[in-house]
Design a binder for this molecule. Structure first.
Ligand SMILES: NC(=O)c1ccc[n+]([C@@H]2O[C@H](COP(=O)([O-])OP(=O)(O)OC[C@H]3O[C@@H](n4cnc5c(N)ncnc54)[C@H](O)[C@@H]3O)[C@@H](O)[C@H]2O)c1
Length: 244
């Protein structure tokens, strides 16, 4: 039996990049997957269905509170419940403390922080109904560094890591079998990063950029019962960059 057989997952920002690789990995491990994104992800979901998996796409802006209740109820009625939420959608807008525009800051917080918060609040009743659940939030190894030009991104991801632990401890103490963990990728070769413009590979002990599949494998682990005793943890997928 596959590790995620019978499980239902929602992955946000799943049309491309780390989210698409995560949707593919969760599918390959047996989960039914709802792919959510603000851009069109029908083709990504279709490729999974053509490979014999249960997958669907829904257009969604994670920062819109009202969107969550519709997406969760659609997912539960289509696939029978919700066991896994992967808050992966995220944006980066360069600015420092002197150049940041408040509207931009609120946009970034809306997508990177408030979206996951609303999603976690809304998914807990579904997971309680199933008797268990796993929430995986995609933060960044930027939580360990200070990049002055990354003021909104860095602070949103640091807050997301803290929020994740808060939810994990709350759920544990309430007696819910709902785990919450954050993943902290280093530089990965996606549209968000482009190539390696700042020579970051030099700083990575494993001498390469991450591939989306590296993060996808970590999500599958945290989503599965192999991580049954893992909650409120930060898992760095960065080739050792943070400690080097
Ligand atoms: N690529 C990296 O090096 C890297 C490093 C650390 C963390 N991350 C994080 O990993 C996650 C995925 O990043 P990626 O590299 O795949 O980037 P990406 O830009 O390729 O993909 C992000 C996806 O999120 C979607 N999205 C953006 N705003 C949205 C919204 N409001 N509602 C729904 N979907 C929305 C985008 O349309 C896109 O499909 C992000 O949270 C990012 O911060 C990436």
């Amino acid at each position: 039996m596959k590790r995620l057989e019978g499980k239902v997952a929602i992955v946000t920002g799943a049309a491309r990049g780390l989210g698409a690789a995560t949707a593919a990995r969760l599918s390959a491990e047996g989960a039914s997957v709802m792919l959510a994104d603000i851009i069109d992800g029908e083709a990504t979901a279709l490729a999974l269905r053509e490979a014999g998996h249960q997958a669907a796409f829904v257009n969604m802006d994670v920062a819109r509170r009202e969107a969550w209740s519709d997406v969760l109820s659609d997912t539960a009625s289509r696939f029978g419940g919700i066991d896994i939420l992967v808050n992966n959608a995220g944006v980066f807008r360069p600015a420092n403390i002197e150049t940041i525009e408040m509207d931009d800051l609120l946009d970034v917080y809306g997508i990177n922080l408030f979206g996951p918060l609303i999603g976690m609040q809304a998914v807990i009743p579904y997971m309680r109904e199933r008797g268990a659940g796993s929430i995986v939030n995609i933060a960044s190894n930027a939580t360990s560094f200070i990049f002055p030009e990354s003021i909104s991104y860095g602070s949103s991801k640091a807050a997301l890591a803290s929020l994740t632990k808060t939810v994990a401890v709350h759920c544990g103490r309430q007696g819910y079998r709902i785990r919450a963990n954050s993943i902290h990728p280093g530089p990965h070769a996606t549209a968000m990063m482009g190539g390696d413009p700042s020579g970051l590979v030099q700083r990575i002990p494993l001498h390469r950029m991450g591939q989306p599949e590296d993060v996808a494998a970590a999500v599958a682990y945290l989503a599965s019962d192999d991580a049954a005793f893992v909650t409120a943890t930060e898992l760095f997928i960065d080739g050792g960059m943070t400690v080097a």
